[in-house]
Write a protein that binds this ligand. Structure first.
Ligand SMILES: Cc1cc2nc3c(=O)[nH]c(=O)nc-3n(C[C@H](O)[C@H](O)[C@H](O)COP(=O)(O)O)c2cc1C
Length: 192
């Protein structure tokens, strides 16, 4: 990949998130999701589940009871940060997000999720709340998945509005910003 052309960088960025959303071992499989809780920023690791360049969508699964879900409902502007240590590339996406939970579409999607995924949404108590015995929070997959788990399952739908791309390398550092305006992203080189 030649990183001298802004268009190439934009193409490579979407290609990489596409790979991240489909290949478990790709460095972009994981992202750091940044929200604002009204007092300070909050960040955490998440798995990238879906990407679509056309609609500028990235998707992440979340427990609808979690802090991040409440933060997004109150402050929808979020960041998603990806890092590829091999390539020395960091990409920060900024834009609005919304939470989808309990819809007909999600019901169909939920039906195909394996029990070991579903069980993550079946914890007794709200994620992040204190518990005496950490093992007691999970009901145990052998008892089946409680019906209530589905209403805790949610998808964070993110729409990219800004992309900040950075590559640190021995041959020099490069940084570019892409902003979505009038049906397309416009790129600018930045001082790294
Ligand atoms: C490798 C890894 C992947 C994770 N993926 C997700 C994920 O896809 N969705 C999610 O809600 N939490 C995921 N987590 C847990 C979050 O990092 C976080 O601890 C949890 O969601 C609670 O965050 P909150 O209290 O800020 O909402 C992951 C953690 C790790 C270490």
């Amino acid at each position: 990949m030649i990183f001298s052309e802004l268009d190439h960088i934009l193409d490579a960025t979407w290609d990489s998130v596409e790979l991240g959303s489909t290949l478990p071992k790709h460095p972009f499989r994981r992202a750091v999701l940044g929200t604002y809780d009204g007092h300070r920023p909050q960040i955490r690791t998440v798995i990238l589940r879906f990407s679509d360049r056309e609609s500028r969508q990235l998707q992440v699964f979340s427990d609808n009871r979690s802090a991040k879900s409440h933060e997004i409902m109150q402050y929808p502007e979020i960041s998603l940060l990806f890092y590829d240590p091999q390539e020395g590339i960091q990409i920060r996406f900024n834009g609005p997000a919304r939470i989808e939970a309990g819809t007909k579409e999600l019901e169909e999607f939920w039906a195909d999720l394996p029990p070991e995924s579903k069980i993550n949404y079946a914890t007794h108590g709200i994620p992040g709340s204190p518990v005496d015995d950490p093992l007691s929070a999970f009901p145990g997959v052998e008892h089946g998945i409680p019906a209530a788990a589905f209403k805790n399952f949610s998808v964070i739908h993110f729409t990219a509005e800004e992309i900040d791309w950075l590559r640190l390398g021995v041959a020099g550092h490069f940084r570019a910003r892409f902003v979505f305006r009038n049906n397309g992203f416009t790129g600018t080189w930045l001082v790294p």
